[in-house]
Design a protein around this ligand. Structure first.
Ligand code: FES
Ligand code: FES
Length: 158
């Protein structure tokens, strides 16, 4: 496999990495950039654990060749923090104690952030529909939905 040079904009910073030409975005984020908040789950685009924002769209990083994200704005869960503190959406998750093991949460936070950017005040059904592709093995879905609704009432998307 050929090695290529990738230029990516991640959480507001330009990053340049060498990688195999078809490397998944998830590997670049976790291994080359050390952004371990984004998780590997199924590896085939079916569990939602690896979602990040790419130009505001919640995207499975395991199933996205990194080269296709060049020239786009990539935001990981680390990029949802504000001045080293949890952003408004993350704060709502803390207040609702919306995670147990937390493995699914970085992907869910990406999808929730995209939803609230698109629909600032979703109803419960809209939240559940948006989360359709995300598995939570701990069964914390109800608290996760409450956290997103709480964030929407507080007017916070990130
Ligand atoms: S690890 Fe990407 S969707 Fe499961
Ligand atoms: S909180 Fe454990 S998988 Fe969702």
């Amino acid at each position: 496999m050929e090695t290529t040079r990738l230029r990516l904009r991640i959480n507001g910073s330009e990053r340049e990495v060498s990688a195999d030409e078809n490397v998944p975005l998830l590997d670049v984020l976790r291994e080359a950039c050390g952004l371990k908040g984004t998780r590997f789950g199924c590896g085939v685009g079916e569990c939602g654990a690896c979602h990040v924002l790419v130009d505001g769209v919640s995207t499975p990083a395991c199933d996205t060749p990194a080269w296709t994200a060049q020239g786009k704005e990539i935001v990981t869960v680390e990029g949802l923090a504000r001045n080293g503190q949890p952003g408004a959406l993350q704060q709502a998750f803390l207040e609702e104690q919306a995670g147990q093991c937390g493995y699914c949460l970085s992907g869910i936070l990406a999808t929730a952030s995209a939803l609230l950017a698109r629909v600032p005040h979703p109803d419960e059904q809209q939240v559940r529909t948006a989360l359709d592709g995300h598995l939570c093995r701990c069964g914390a879905h109800n608290r996760i939905v409450r956290a997103i609704l709480r964030a929407s009432k507080a007017g916070g998307q990130a």
